[in-house]
Design a protein around this ligand. Structure first.
Ligand code: F6R
Length: 612
């Protein structure tokens, strides 16, 4: 949710920041802008639209500066426009600021400032915070750093802010609470960004800034302080990421690249953990809490969006294999509804970004009440990963396509390993079942590769239905969450209205939608519910719906009821979701492309939702 980049050093700063903004565009792309300190003051350039519009707009302008801050926006306060784009300039014209997050108590502060004669050029909360800082600086005749510290003590909400002052061509002041900030340490230069992707090209040494810390950054110096003005020791970490991982590598879109990476990313996730020959699964983070988890009275899974769908699959699997009651909660509901959380409850937080604001606050609340928090997170070092007592990374690598694909299968792989391990430890599954499930899970990378060979066939189906107005996705049991995920992917990427439903529940309402124009995708692979799903297909067929079914090889009945079929390799029903989702990802990708849409940056979305 908004990407921020900063540079101070010996290079020309604008090209570094512009490139960084392009890498962070997945976080928001309503507008973008930069501010540079130049000999005659601050130079601001900002433009509605994607970063490419800013780049175009900047041609021919004076871009010379060795210090620059830049922002790519996902609008919260105020429509996407040049006026609301960041950076903002303080009324005095002395300070420029960019912000990722939301200032919740901006209204009373704005009222105070208006009384003092301030006027505002935008509808943003950011401009309010900026003028508040400027006002404090003037009233207290203090440094910018001091003014930021005083201001932030009064701020409620989430922020990562970067500021530059017109008279200081070296220093960036940065601060964060709830929105991420990474600082890259170079020789005589520093880089700042919302994640490491703009930095990796220049240095692998980084510092993840903590909540309530202020950083004072010059080319040769990085000072970290807390809001009490006490110096903090920066914890320098080495990035485990390669530049190639954040480039398209010959694919036309990140989404397609990430779909095709899944045999490798799932393999990476299982590697060194799933050890079928040794009859063992090692999840070292979680092993420390094994006794508490097996003794838990219940598990609560907290997540949003696609990660929530992974949680639903986990609910079915954990209840089946471990006989522990599981509740799956939308983080945004859980955090506000005064839920009952008791000491010893186990919470699993699932998040690709590790920065989703609702999930973060929900687990903070649960942690305060004594719950054990396990994180299933993709981004290493992210806020949710750090807040969790223990956890397991999904190791899917950097996911840039806004619609989550490889992170989802990484989440499923981790959650399956957890469930197998827990069930075996509790004695609710036998050693034979544990071994069989482990062995089958190890075949997934190869089976996913086989599914991907059918890309052309899926594309042909996509072209056939790309003009449909609505889609229905149906599945039962372990495949019900996959139906939800298929529908979500289609909505995000193609803007076609799609609903996911339990196949049997469909006759309690959505069946009214069915006619000869409605494509209905059945996730109908062979499992304990298969015959029932076939009956549901009959019900759709009888009403002339167009049936696209995802089936298991050897199924001879489903094709007779279907208009189109995608045939998948056989696998245990518990593991099947990992494979069944792949054709649904491809289907939405190809429909989006057929409609001429930007599949990597669907409208209105952002990859990392750091506002509630
Ligand atoms: C869908 C998608 C979103 C995210 C959701 C949670 O493709 O990407 O629904 O799954 O915003 O994000 P994370 O997993 O980062 O917490």
């Amino acid at each position: 949710m908004c990407g921020i980049v900063g540079y101070t050093g010996f290079r020309q700063a604008y090209p570094v920041v512009l490139k960084g903004l392009k890498r962070l565009e997945y976080r928001g792309y309503d507008s973008s802008g930069v501010a540079m300190v130049q000999p005659d003051g601050l130079a601001l350039l900002k433009k509605k639209g994607k970063v490419a519009e800013l780049e175009e707009f900047a041609i021919g302008k004076n871009l010379a500066s060795q210090i620059c801050i830049g922002h790519t926006r996902w609008a919260t306060h105020g429509e996407p426009s040049d006026r609301n784009a960041h950076p903002h300039l303080s009324q005095s014209g002395e300070i420029a600021m960019i912000h990722n997050g939301i200032i919740e108590n901006y209204a009373p502060i704005k009222a105070e400032l208006i009384k003092k004669g301030y006027t505002f050029n935008s509808d943003t909360d950011t401009e309010v915070l900026l003028n508040f800082i400027d006002d404090i600086k003037k009233e207290n005749a203090c440094t910018l750093e001091e003014a930021v510290r005083i201001a932030l003590k009064r701020i409620v909400g989430a922020y990562c802010i970067l500021l530059v002052h017109k008279d200081d061509p070296e220093t960036i002041i940065a601060a964060r609470k709830g929105s991420p900030l990474v600082i890259g340490i170079g020789k005589g230069e520093h880089f700042l960004a919302s994640d490491a992707s703009p930095i990796i090209e220049y240095t692998k040494e980084v510092v993840y800034v903590n909540d309530y810390e202020i950083a004072i950054i010059k080319p040769d110096e990085l000072i970290l302080k807390n809001l009490g003005n006490e110096k903090q020791t920066p914890f320098v970490q080495k990035l485990d990421m390669e530049l190639a991982a954040i480039e398209k590598g010959g694919y036309p879109h990140f989404m397609l690249k990430e779909i095709f990476e899944q045999p490798q990313t799932i393999f990476d996730c299982l590697r060194g953990r799933l050890l079928p020959q040794e009859n063992n699964i090692i999840l070292s983070g979680i092993d420390k809490y094994a006794a508490e988890i097996t003794a838990a009275n219940r598990i609560i899974i907290i997540a949003c969006g696609t990660s929530w769908h992974a949680g639903l699959v986990a609910e079915y699997i954990i209840e089946e294999l471990c006989r522990i009651p599981v509740e799956v909660e939308y983080a945004s509901e859980f955090r506000y509804r005064n839920p009952i959380v008791q000491k010893g409850d186990v919470i699993i937080a699932i998040s690709q970004s590790g920065e989703t604001a609702d999930t973060l606050v929900a687990i903070e609340n649960a942690k305060e009440k004594g719950a054990i928090i396990l994180g299933v997170v993709n981004v290493v070092g992210s806020s949710i990963a750090r807040l969790s007592h223990a956890g397991a990374y999904t190791h899917a690598g950097h996911e840039i396509g806004v619609a989550s694909t490889k992170a989802f299968t990484g989440q499923l792989a981790v959650l399956m390993m957890m469930a197998f391990k827990l069930g075996y430890a509790k004695g609710t599954i036998s050693q034979e079942r544990f071994t069989q499930l482990s062995q089958e899970l190890s075949t997934v990378p190869e089976k996913v590769a086989k599914v991907l060979e059918q890309d052309d066939a899926v594309k042909a189906i996509a072209l056939k239905y790309a003009d449909a107005r609505d889609f229905l996705y149906l599945g039962r049991g372990y495949n019900f969450p996959i139906a939800l995920e298929g529908a979500l992917k289609l909505k995000e990427i193609s803007y076609i209205h799609a609903e996911g439903y339990p196949a049997a529940e469909m006759k309690h309402g959505p069946i009214a939608l069915v006619d000869e124009h409605l494509p209905v995708v059945f996730v109908a692979t062979k499992d304990s519910f298969h015959e029932k799903v076939v009956s549901n297909m009959q019900e759709i067929k009888a009403r002339k719906g167009k049936i696209i079914s995802i089936i298991t090889e050897g199924d001879e009945v489903s094709p007779t009821l279907s208009d189109d079929v995608i045939v998948l390799p056989a696998i245990d029903e518990i593991i099947a979701p990992l494979i069944n989702v792949i054709p649904l990802q491809l289907l939405s990708y190809h429909i989006g492309i057929a409609k001429g849409l930007d599949v990597d940056k669907p409208r209105n979305l952002a990859k990392s939702v750091t506002v509630e």
